[in-house]
Design a binder for this molecule. Structure first.
Ligand SMILES: Cc1cc2nc3c(=O)[nH]c(=O)nc-3n(C[C@H](O)[C@H](O)[C@H](O)COP(=O)(O)OP(=O)(O)OC[C@H]3O[C@@H](n4cnc5c(N)ncnc54)[C@H](O)[C@@H]3O)c2cc1C
Ligand code: FES
Length: 353
């Protein structure tokens, strides 16, 4: 008699989750989050930071109970929790569940792989931003959608997320824009110790921040700091595949030096009549002699689009403070949640995995 456990069958302690409106079902192992279980079984739910901060994985628990044994659901307020809203990257079932969630079919068939890569070059784009070019082992190619990110795998099970700054059609090395975080384990290594031709390991592609090509709406894109990286990838992809929608890119930084690829961003606007570009500085230095817009980048966007925001798809990426402020301000200005896509550049959770 074969008594080996069948890993494909739910164990007695697994909980069953049904997704509305699709009716798809999956099982969740003891201590597993709803998101981890769904991804393990090939069901793509939206996510970005995976640490409870950004709100990308927010959905509704229609029936059943969840709890948050790892990390408080920071992106939800008490009213949202009372109303049954949940963060699926942190919520662990305490019973069978019925949930309401959007499924993201476009990334479902793209394999997530663990690969080594060689750092072909490290180039300073600003005092605190480096461009890394990573080459894969011979014969290997990474399939991904423009806008997705990879996790650099560190010793001890730690990971650090970085967006891919080039588009999939680019046959060259994978490009990352890495901001130096003082005291940061990985970025201190990149800026101060990483030897030439270092080998890194990564997992990817990850995330559900990518261009929705089935939409016909014009687009607004908003970057803060190195949040420019995934938007650059999307623009490259859109231009390569024949852009037929208008794009207005806003890029916010503290000072001119932090707009580390300003000429490149301006070049997008010169290359196509459908692309517009505005740079916005929050703390321009006197030596910048800045003539452009100042203040918060999301406010600059609203100054031009507040009364017509519902006509656009909005893509944004960058620091959590910018993302949180913009999410609230854009919702108040009437942008439907389903037309807002974002990656919030949160720090990684302190735990492994
Ligand atoms: C989806 C995604 C995509 C990203 N893409 C990019 C990108 O393209 N480019 C880029 O530059 N960055 C990106 N980031 C952010 C990037 O992952 C972090 O800056 C990076 O992980 C920092 O790694 P580190 O090891 O240097 O710092 P860490 O060692 O993780 O931490 C640095 C410092 O911050 C403190 N810290 C850690 N956690 C917290 C916390 N929760 N709150 C406050 N302080 C904390 C630590 O004590 C330490 O002093 C992305 C993040 C996400 C989630
Ligand atoms: S809060 Fe869950 S993915 Fe960011």
């Amino acid at each position: 008699m074969n008594i080996a456990a069948d890993a494909t069958k739910p164990a007695m302690s697994d909980f069953n989750v049904t997704i509305r409106p699709s009716g798809k079902q999956f099982s969740v192992r003891e201590h597993e989050t709803i998101l981890a279980a769904a991804l393990r079984q090939g069901i793509m739910l939206p996510y970005s930071c995976r640490n409870g901060s950004c709100g990308s994985c927010q959905g509704q628990v229609l029936d059943g109970r969840v709890h948050y044994p790892r990390q408080a659901p920071l992106a939800l307020n008490p009213q949202q929790l009372d109303a049954g809203q949940a963060l699926f990257c942190q919520a662990v079932p305490q019973s069978d569940l019925t949930i309401a969630a959007r499924e993201i079919d476009a990334v479902r068939d793209i394999p997530v792989r663990m690969l080594p890569a060689r750092v072909q070059s490290r180039e300073l784009l600003a005092d605190n931003v480096a461009r890394l070019r990573l080459t894969l082992p011979q014969g290997q190619r990474l399939q991904f959608l423009a806008g997705q990110y990879i996790d650099i795998l560190l010793p001890g099970g730690q990971r650090r997320a970085f967006s891919l700054a080039n588009a999939p059609h680019d046959e060259g090395a994978l490009e990352l824009h890495v901001r130096h975080v003082e005291g940061g384990d990985f970025t201190e290594y990149v800026f101060k110790q990483m030897p030439e031709r270092a080998i890194v390991r990564f997992e990817g592609p990850l995330g559900t921040f990518f261009l929705r090509e089935d939409s016909t709406r014009p687009m607004l894109m908003m970057a803060g700091g190195t949040g420019y990286a995934p938007l650059k990838a999307m623009l490259d992809h859109a231009l390569h595949s024949g852009l037929d929608r208008s794009v207005h890119l806003f890029w916010g930084a503290r000072n001119r030096a932090e707009l580390y690829a300003l000429e490149q961003a301006q070049q997008y606007a010169r290359s196509s009549p459908q692309i517009r570009f505005d740079a916005v500085l929050s703390e321009p230095a006197p030596e910048d002699r800045w003539q452009g817009a100042t203040g918060w980048v999301h406010e600059a966007l609203l100054q031009q689009y507040a009364d017509q925001l519902e006509e656009f798809d909005v893509y944004m990426s960058g620091p959590p403070a910018m993302i949180n402020a913009a999410r609230q301000a854009f919702a108040e200005a009437g942008l439907p949640a389903a037309q807002l896509y974002y990656d919030s550049f949160d720090f990684a959770p302190r735990t492994a995995g």
